[in-house]
Design a protein around this ligand. Sequence first.
Ligand SMILES: [Zn+2]
Length: 446
Amino acid sequence: MKLRVALTTTDLSSLEHKQALLSSPSGLVVKIEGAQAKTVNLAPGQKLKVTVKGESLEVQTTGSGAHFTASRVTLAPAKGGHSIFVDSLKRARAKGQEGAEYRGYELNIALSGGHLRLVLVLDLEQYLKGVLESEIPASYHLEALKAQAVAARTYALNPRISHEKDNADVCDSYLCCQYFAGHKAVGSAKHTQAIESTSGEILKYGDKAILALFSSNAGGYTSNYEDCFSDPKTNLFPPAPIPYLRAVVEKQQAAAVAPKLAAKDMEAQLKEMWHNPQRSTFDSWSPHFKWSVHMPAQALEAHMHHELSLLAKDKDTAPFVIPPQGGQFGHIQKFEVTERGISGVAIQLAIHTSTGQWLVKKELVIRSAFKNSEIKLARLKSAKILFEHQHDRLGLLSSVTVRGLGWGHGVGLQQTGAQGMALLGKQYREILAHYFTNTQIHKIGS
Ligand SMILES: [Zn+2]
């Protein structure tokens, strides 16, 4: 089965590239479409540069210096080869490996609104190798890797955001779909084994492939879908619940899910969980289970004001940032989580400032509001958070300590929890049944 993967820019945030630099150790066959249609063969290591010139693509080769105008370009590895290098993209790579390497049938480059769009076409199972290499360490137990392989395969068939408008099935960014950083020069045999031993297996609820969300660590308790995500079509929050993405406790024979508590009672529970050294859940072995970050009030104020105004301008996040009347961001007095999901994840955060109260909703928006270059923080690791406020002698806020549980949104499969379950002897089918309530494994097409 073939899959089309739209490649994002180096920061993983956009599908629009300014240029593309390409090569292959085996040489490339380059099909140029448009008025100057032709096929060009590139020697091993020879580079192709594609840029935008007016309404068309400009294609240049190094060495020969030839250049062409095209409406669209398709590249494939020359006969006997299997890799395409996109040297204009930086991805986390094995040492000594330049640019991003992709094993695929072809790479399509098209023009879109003054930018380039890159779409890789490859076999689904080959794509999964790249996803597993990017998403989960090969040192994990084989059963955890198998659970991840089935979830990732299912996700590719049914991503949360449709990429049809991009002429693709998925994109390669974890900010939108699942991470696919290309292929390593030498892949792991264990990743391959996890993919091959679950070949073609996907998860279904009823007769449909599920939305197989996953993240790293849920901090002892996974979250309900509707507590963390908005509706992908309407952006409404909370969206309709999804019957198989329900909160589960990361324990064997967990007690029935408790009724939802008031935010302050839940806070006491989270505190107990954070500080209790006796904790023992599937995921508590992980260094990502709990964390803390200390922020001086001055650094916080300067950056948070800026981040909130960016979030308030972006059409996807704007509905989740509600300023006070007058729209001023004064001195921060206090952070208060005013609504939490059943797992303790923050749904709504109130930021009390000297000029009024700002409200921030939804886990990724709340996490992003804390982006802070001064302390090198891209976003909080999770939204399962507690605040401790420190004050100076005048009673003004001097610093804030955020304590948190887990890493990621905490909905669906948890990689570190799957590892914990596998070490207790659970098979991948039991792991998947734990995270995706009432789902079944089917072969694609059955
Ligand atoms: Zn995507």
